[in-house]
Design a protein around this ligand. Structure first.
Ligand SMILES: *Cc1c(COP(=O)(O)O)cnc(C)c1O
Length: 428
């Protein structure tokens, strides 16, 4: 067989997707076939730095050997039992993950959206059975420009018309307020005993890496606690060391020497939602964590998932979380993040093309100097791709930069050089 002749090109493969796949994504024109650490390779063999990390799922780097080994080993032994029976990997995983994040219990699911749905159901049920809100009146406060996934209920409370238009009728029971606005939250909680929770991203990722003011999350949690509403943190994107601490809310973390916790400014969510990097991108794993008073309202048959808590997921998640701790990825993200923003600021000071950099840890974004409707950010990403670095606009003129957290300083500076070169060439 002539391998070179038989091998499909990037163009062939993109045409296949276009013809046979639903057009629910608009990917950059690159077809990847291999990944290792901070790098990916396309089918023509070109090497790139991955500056998206599958939306922060691959924090531990592509194909981390420890995670892959755990997955392969378990896949050869037992993959799925369903929860109709026990399996010998679930209990040890549940013990491990609850100790790791400091909660009584975990409810295992597969995707981020499922975990958000789980948190919503859990919060409502707690509202009826513990807070004693009248039946079918519970309300959950959410934020403008939120991104919590793609299910019918979740898009019901999105204000992004692309996500929600023509998918109605919408699920009721949500109040939307501005993000980063504690007065609005106070107002929404005031004299409304039917509010059972506040669902929030500690940093809005999809909205364009929008970092709230210092103290916002702390104040929000305090207001919720005073009003008897659950504080629900969606850390699907911000969690697992991405922002320079184990969790962006810096909840009751047990990351030891990787996190310099300020005891006056850390928040412990009543319900913590995790996904993406909890598996290092190897396998779909998500989790909802809460203490007994909340989690015990869910009884057999009231919620579940065929794949949730399967033995492969359990082993993969343990390995992925061990990598985060053993390789001190939170500390690395914090250190390299500061360096990266400083370097971006230096570039911004010398260009008109980019106006701002923002972010925390290695979750960052640059704002391109053009309208939200322009395709300048897209074109800049195409140019970055040509120069060996993969990133994508979040919304309009905002480009997210989120490399794997296993990056070294030397690699990061190489990436800074690519970005600088691309921006400078782009202007001419
Ligand atoms: C990605 C994401 C989700 C949805 O996760 P899926 O695995 O794509 O369903 C939910 N919340 C946040 C903050 C996310 O970034």
């Amino acid at each position: 067989m002539n391998v070179t002749m038989d091998k499909l090109t990037s163009k062939d493969l993109m045409q296949m997707e276009d013809k046979h796949g639903a057009h629910n994504y608009h990917p950059l024109g690159v077809v990847l076939e291999r990944g290792e650490g901070v790098h990916v390779w396309d089918v023509e063999g070109k090497k790139y730095y991955d500056f998206l990390s599958a939306y922060s799922a691959v924090n531990q780097g592509h194909c981390h050997p420890k995670i892959v080994d755990a997955m392969v080993e378990q896949a050869k032994t037992l993959t799925l039992t369903s929860r109709a029976f026990h399996n010998d990997a679930l209990g040890p995983y549940e013990k491990f993950v609850t100790e790791y994040f400091g909660y009584d219990k975990v409810l295992p699911m597969n995707t981020g959206a499922e975990a958000v749905e789980t948190a919503i159901k859990l919060c409502r049920k707690w509202g009826y059975e513990v807070k004693r809100v009248p039946e079918n009146t519970a309300q959950i406060i959410v934020c403008d420009n939120n991104f919590h996934g793609r299910t019918t209920t979740i898009v019901s409370f999105s204000n992004d018309p692309v996500a929600s238009k023509n998918f109605g009728p919408y699920t009721p029971g949500f109040i939307r307020i501005p993000y980063n606005d504690t007065a609005a939250l106070e107002d929404a909680l005031k004299n409304n005993d039917n509010v059972v929770g506040f669902l929030v991203e500690p940093i809005q990722g999809e909205a364009g890496v929008f970092v709230p003011d210092a103290g916002y999350i702390e104040k929000a949690q305090q207001l919720c606690s005073e009003a008897g509403a659950l504080f629900i943190a969606d850390e699907v994107q911000t969690g697992i060391a991405r922002t320079g601490s184990l969790l962006a809310v810096c909840g009751d973390c047990s990351c030891g020497n990787t996190c310099e916790k300020d005891p006056n400014s850390y928040v412990r969510a009543d319900i913590l939602i995790l996904g993406k990097a909890i598996s290092g991108g190897a396998y779909p794993v998500s989790a909802v964590l809460a203490d007994n008073e909340i989690m015990n309202v869910i009884k057999p048959g009231q919620h579940g998932s065929t794949f949730g808590g399967n033995p492969v997921a359990a082993k993969v998640a343990i390995a992925a979380l061990e990598v985060v701790r053993d390789e001190e990825l939170a500390a690395n993200a914090r250190r390299l993040g500061e360096l990266f923003r400083n370097e971006m600021q230096r570039i911004i000071d010398n260009t008109d093309l980019v106006v701002k950099v923002r972010g925390r840890g290695l979750l960052n974004a640059i704002i391109v100097n053009d309208t939200e409707e322009s395709d300048t950010a897209w074109n800049l990403c195409v140019a970055l791709m040509e120069n060996g670095l993969l990133a994508k606009p979040t919304h309009g003129n905002i480009i997210r930069f989120a490399p794997p957290l296993v990056m070294t300083e030397t690699q990061l500076m190489e990436c800074v050089a690519i970005i600088e070169k691309t921006i400078n060439a782009f202007e001419k």
